[in-house]
Ligand binder design. Structure first.
Ligand code: ARG
Ligand code: ZN
Ligand code: CA
Length: 243
Protein backbone atom coordinates (compact mmCIF):
# COMPACT_ATOMS: atom_id res chain seq x y z
CA UNK A 1 0.00 0.00 0.00
CA UNK A 2 1.34 3.42 -0.96
CA UNK A 3 1.81 5.75 1.96
CA UNK A 4 0.56 4.90 5.38
CA UNK A 5 -2.89 3.49 5.90
CA UNK A 6 -4.08 3.63 9.48
CA UNK A 7 -7.55 2.26 10.16
CA UNK A 8 -9.50 3.31 13.26
CA UNK A 9 -11.39 0.33 14.65
CA UNK A 10 -14.71 0.50 16.52
CA UNK A 11 -15.52 -2.67 18.44
CA UNK A 12 -19.24 -3.22 19.11
CA UNK A 13 -19.74 -5.79 21.87
CA UNK A 14 -23.18 -7.43 22.10
CA UNK A 15 -23.35 -9.66 25.16
CA UNK A 16 -25.96 -11.85 26.82
CA UNK A 17 -23.69 -13.41 29.44
CA UNK A 18 -21.04 -11.55 31.41
CA UNK A 19 -18.38 -13.76 29.78
CA UNK A 20 -19.47 -12.47 26.37
CA UNK A 21 -18.86 -8.93 27.62
CA UNK A 22 -15.21 -9.43 26.74
CA UNK A 23 -12.55 -7.33 28.43
CA UNK A 24 -10.81 -4.29 27.00
CA UNK A 25 -7.59 -6.34 27.22
CA UNK A 26 -9.02 -9.11 25.05
CA UNK A 27 -10.15 -6.52 22.52
CA UNK A 28 -6.73 -4.85 22.47
CA UNK A 29 -5.10 -8.28 22.02
CA UNK A 30 -7.12 -8.68 18.81
CA UNK A 31 -6.02 -5.27 17.53
CA UNK A 32 -2.43 -6.29 18.29
CA UNK A 33 -2.84 -9.51 16.26
CA UNK A 34 -4.20 -7.54 13.30
CA UNK A 35 -1.21 -5.21 13.47
CA UNK A 36 1.20 -8.14 13.54
CA UNK A 37 -0.47 -10.15 10.78
CA UNK A 38 -0.93 -7.20 8.39
CA UNK A 39 2.67 -6.03 8.91
CA UNK A 40 4.49 -9.37 8.68
CA UNK A 41 5.39 -9.02 12.37
CA UNK A 42 3.69 -12.26 13.43
CA UNK A 43 6.13 -14.58 15.17
CA UNK A 44 5.23 -17.46 12.83
CA UNK A 45 5.93 -15.46 9.64
CA UNK A 46 9.29 -17.20 9.35
CA UNK A 47 7.51 -20.57 9.25
CA UNK A 48 6.49 -19.80 5.66
CA UNK A 49 8.09 -22.56 3.53
CA UNK A 50 10.98 -21.60 1.26
CA UNK A 51 8.77 -22.37 -1.73
CA UNK A 52 6.67 -19.31 -0.88
CA UNK A 53 9.37 -17.02 0.53
CA UNK A 54 9.41 -15.03 -2.72
CA UNK A 55 5.71 -14.21 -2.52
CA UNK A 56 5.06 -13.76 1.18
CA UNK A 57 4.12 -10.16 1.85
CA UNK A 58 3.94 -7.35 4.36
CA UNK A 59 0.54 -5.78 3.59
CA UNK A 60 1.51 -2.69 5.59
CA UNK A 61 -1.77 -1.52 7.13
CA UNK A 62 -2.07 -0.34 10.73
CA UNK A 63 -5.12 -0.66 13.01
CA UNK A 64 -5.84 1.66 15.93
CA UNK A 65 -8.51 0.96 18.54
CA UNK A 66 -10.85 3.96 18.32
CA UNK A 67 -13.66 3.03 20.70
CA UNK A 68 -15.50 0.16 22.32
CA UNK A 69 -19.31 0.21 22.46
CA UNK A 70 -21.09 -2.31 24.68
CA UNK A 71 -24.73 -3.36 24.76
CA UNK A 72 -26.48 -6.15 26.61
CA UNK A 73 -28.97 -8.32 24.77
CA UNK A 74 -31.27 -11.27 25.39
CA UNK A 75 -30.51 -12.81 21.99
CA UNK A 76 -28.49 -16.03 22.16
CA UNK A 77 -27.59 -16.09 18.46
CA UNK A 78 -27.65 -13.36 15.83
CA UNK A 79 -27.30 -15.26 12.57
CA UNK A 80 -25.71 -13.77 9.44
CA UNK A 81 -28.42 -11.35 8.25
CA UNK A 82 -26.79 -8.25 9.81
CA UNK A 83 -29.32 -7.90 12.66
CA UNK A 84 -26.42 -7.09 15.02
CA UNK A 85 -25.80 -3.92 12.97
CA UNK A 86 -29.35 -2.56 13.36
CA UNK A 87 -30.61 -0.67 16.38
CA UNK A 88 -34.21 -1.60 15.54
CA UNK A 89 -33.27 -5.27 15.81
CA UNK A 90 -31.46 -4.85 19.13
CA UNK A 91 -28.04 -4.41 17.59
CA UNK A 92 -25.61 -1.50 17.35
CA UNK A 93 -25.46 0.68 14.23
CA UNK A 94 -21.93 1.18 12.86
CA UNK A 95 -19.98 4.28 13.85
CA UNK A 96 -18.57 6.34 10.92
CA UNK A 97 -18.44 3.28 8.63
CA UNK A 98 -16.86 5.14 5.70
CA UNK A 99 -13.78 6.02 7.75
CA UNK A 100 -13.72 3.42 10.54
CA UNK A 101 -13.70 -0.37 10.50
CA UNK A 102 -16.56 -1.61 12.66
CA UNK A 103 -16.25 -5.01 14.28
CA UNK A 104 -19.18 -6.62 16.09
CA UNK A 105 -18.52 -9.39 18.59
CA UNK A 106 -21.63 -11.47 19.20
CA UNK A 107 -22.74 -15.08 19.06
CA UNK A 108 -23.53 -15.83 15.42
CA UNK A 109 -24.62 -19.46 15.71
CA UNK A 110 -24.56 -22.28 13.16
CA UNK A 111 -20.88 -23.01 13.82
CA UNK A 112 -19.87 -19.76 12.13
CA UNK A 113 -16.75 -18.11 13.50
CA UNK A 114 -17.15 -14.82 11.69
CA UNK A 115 -18.31 -13.13 8.49
CA UNK A 116 -17.44 -9.98 6.62
CA UNK A 117 -18.88 -7.51 4.15
CA UNK A 118 -16.81 -7.09 0.98
CA UNK A 119 -15.97 -3.60 -0.34
CA UNK A 120 -18.79 -1.97 -2.30
CA UNK A 121 -21.70 -2.84 0.00
CA UNK A 122 -23.99 -0.58 2.03
CA UNK A 123 -22.24 1.57 4.66
CA UNK A 124 -25.00 0.77 7.14
CA UNK A 125 -23.90 -2.86 7.28
CA UNK A 126 -20.18 -2.45 6.60
CA UNK A 127 -17.66 -4.22 8.79
CA UNK A 128 -16.95 -7.67 10.18
CA UNK A 129 -18.67 -9.86 12.76
CA UNK A 130 -16.82 -12.30 15.00
CA UNK A 131 -18.03 -14.67 17.68
CA UNK A 132 -16.41 -13.81 21.06
CA UNK A 133 -15.20 -17.42 21.32
CA UNK A 134 -12.86 -16.78 18.39
CA UNK A 135 -11.86 -13.18 19.07
CA UNK A 136 -8.47 -12.08 20.38
CA UNK A 137 -6.21 -13.96 22.73
CA UNK A 138 -7.19 -15.52 26.09
CA UNK A 139 -10.46 -14.57 27.83
CA UNK A 140 -13.30 -16.22 25.91
CA UNK A 141 -11.06 -17.30 23.00
CA UNK A 142 -11.21 -21.05 22.32
CA UNK A 143 -8.56 -23.31 20.74
CA UNK A 144 -7.92 -23.97 17.89
CA UNK A 145 -9.24 -20.50 17.00
CA UNK A 146 -7.66 -18.56 19.84
CA UNK A 147 -4.86 -16.70 18.05
CA UNK A 148 -7.00 -13.93 16.60
CA UNK A 149 -6.81 -15.21 13.03
CA UNK A 150 -10.56 -15.22 12.47
CA UNK A 151 -10.36 -11.41 12.47
CA UNK A 152 -7.31 -11.49 10.20
CA UNK A 153 -9.25 -13.69 7.75
CA UNK A 154 -12.45 -11.59 7.95
CA UNK A 155 -10.58 -8.29 7.60
CA UNK A 156 -8.92 -9.89 4.57
CA UNK A 157 -12.41 -10.29 3.05
CA UNK A 158 -13.31 -6.74 4.11
CA UNK A 159 -10.25 -5.67 2.10
CA UNK A 160 -11.49 -7.60 -0.96
CA UNK A 161 -9.66 -10.93 -0.60
CA UNK A 162 -11.47 -14.10 -1.65
CA UNK A 163 -11.00 -17.55 -0.19
CA UNK A 164 -7.83 -19.08 -1.57
CA UNK A 165 -9.78 -22.00 -3.14
CA UNK A 166 -12.14 -19.58 -4.87
CA UNK A 167 -15.20 -21.19 -3.19
CA UNK A 168 -15.21 -23.90 -5.88
CA UNK A 169 -13.26 -27.04 -6.73
CA UNK A 170 -10.01 -25.69 -8.24
CA UNK A 171 -11.64 -22.25 -8.19
CA UNK A 172 -9.87 -18.90 -8.47
CA UNK A 173 -9.20 -16.30 -5.78
CA UNK A 174 -8.36 -13.75 -8.53
CA UNK A 175 -4.78 -13.60 -7.25
CA UNK A 176 -2.04 -14.88 -9.58
CA UNK A 177 0.67 -15.79 -7.06
CA UNK A 178 -1.46 -18.07 -4.88
CA UNK A 179 -1.67 -21.69 -6.10
CA UNK A 180 -4.97 -23.21 -7.22
CA UNK A 181 -6.37 -25.21 -4.32
CA UNK A 182 -8.72 -28.18 -4.67
CA UNK A 183 -10.93 -26.95 -1.87
CA UNK A 184 -10.66 -25.47 1.60
CA UNK A 185 -8.23 -27.05 4.07
CA UNK A 186 -8.92 -27.59 7.76
CA UNK A 187 -6.89 -28.35 10.87
CA UNK A 188 -3.11 -28.30 10.56
CA UNK A 189 -2.23 -29.69 7.10
CA UNK A 190 1.04 -31.56 6.65
CA UNK A 191 3.49 -29.83 4.27
CA UNK A 192 3.67 -30.22 1.34
CA UNK A 193 0.03 -30.71 0.48
CA UNK A 194 -0.37 -31.11 -3.28
CA UNK A 195 -3.33 -29.80 -5.21
CA UNK A 196 -4.78 -32.12 -7.86
CA UNK A 197 -5.81 -29.08 -9.92
CA UNK A 198 -4.01 -28.17 -13.16
CA UNK A 199 -0.22 -28.30 -12.66
CA UNK A 200 -0.62 -30.05 -9.27
CA UNK A 201 0.95 -27.17 -7.31
CA UNK A 202 1.81 -27.34 -3.61
CA UNK A 203 -1.08 -25.61 -1.87
CA UNK A 204 -0.44 -22.48 0.20
CA UNK A 205 -2.38 -23.89 3.16
CA UNK A 206 -0.70 -21.40 5.52
CA UNK A 207 -2.43 -18.47 3.84
CA UNK A 208 -4.85 -16.48 6.03
CA UNK A 209 -7.56 -16.96 3.40
CA UNK A 210 -7.73 -20.74 3.81
CA UNK A 211 -9.85 -22.41 6.56
CA UNK A 212 -7.06 -24.02 8.60
CA UNK A 213 -6.62 -23.65 12.38
CA UNK A 214 -5.30 -20.32 13.67
CA UNK A 215 -1.81 -21.71 14.32
CA UNK A 216 -1.61 -23.10 10.76
CA UNK A 217 -2.19 -19.74 8.96
CA UNK A 218 0.52 -17.08 8.91
CA UNK A 219 0.92 -15.30 5.56
CA UNK A 220 -0.59 -13.07 2.87
CA UNK A 221 0.95 -13.06 -0.62
CA UNK A 222 2.20 -10.15 -2.73
CA UNK A 223 -0.74 -10.60 -5.09
CA UNK A 224 -3.13 -10.33 -2.14
CA UNK A 225 -1.29 -7.25 -0.90
CA UNK A 226 -1.70 -5.64 -4.33
CA UNK A 227 -5.39 -6.55 -4.46
CA UNK A 228 -5.82 -4.89 -1.05
CA UNK A 229 -3.83 -1.82 -2.06
CA UNK A 230 -6.07 -1.30 -5.10
CA UNK A 231 -9.23 -0.76 -3.06
CA UNK A 232 -7.57 1.98 -1.00
CA UNK A 233 -6.36 3.97 -4.01
CA UNK A 234 -8.31 6.90 -5.46
CA UNK A 235 -11.49 5.51 -7.01
CA UNK A 236 -11.21 2.29 -5.01
CA UNK A 237 -14.11 1.09 -2.87
CA UNK A 238 -12.28 1.90 0.36
CA UNK A 239 -10.46 5.05 -0.72
CA UNK A 240 -12.24 6.95 2.09
CA UNK A 241 -10.12 5.04 4.64
CA UNK A 242 -6.81 6.22 3.15
CA UNK A 243 -6.58 9.90 4.04
N1 ARG B 1 -15.71 -17.33 7.91
C1 ARG B 1 -14.96 -18.45 8.42
C2 ARG B 1 -15.90 -19.32 9.23
O1 ARG B 1 -16.77 -18.82 9.90
C3 ARG B 1 -13.80 -18.01 9.28
C4 ARG B 1 -12.66 -18.94 9.26
C5 ARG B 1 -11.56 -18.45 10.16
N2 ARG B 1 -10.51 -19.44 10.32
C6 ARG B 1 -9.67 -19.45 11.35
N3 ARG B 1 -8.70 -20.32 11.42
N4 ARG B 1 -9.78 -18.60 12.33
O2 ARG B 1 -15.78 -20.53 9.22
ZN1 ZN C 1 -13.90 -16.52 4.79
CA1 CA D 1 -4.62 -17.94 -7.16
Amino acid sequence: VNGKIEIPVVVNVLYRTSAQNISDAQIQSQIDVLNKDFNALNSDYNNVPALFSGVKANVGITFVLDQIIRKSTTKSSWGTNDAMKKTAQGGIAPTSPTTKLNIWTCTIGGGILGYAQFPGGASSTDGVVIDPRYFGLSGTANAPFNLGRTATHEVGHWMNLRHIWGDATCGSDLVADTPTHNEENYGVPAYPHYSTCSGTPVEMTMNYMDYVDDKAMYMFSTGQKNRIAAIFTSGGARASFAQ
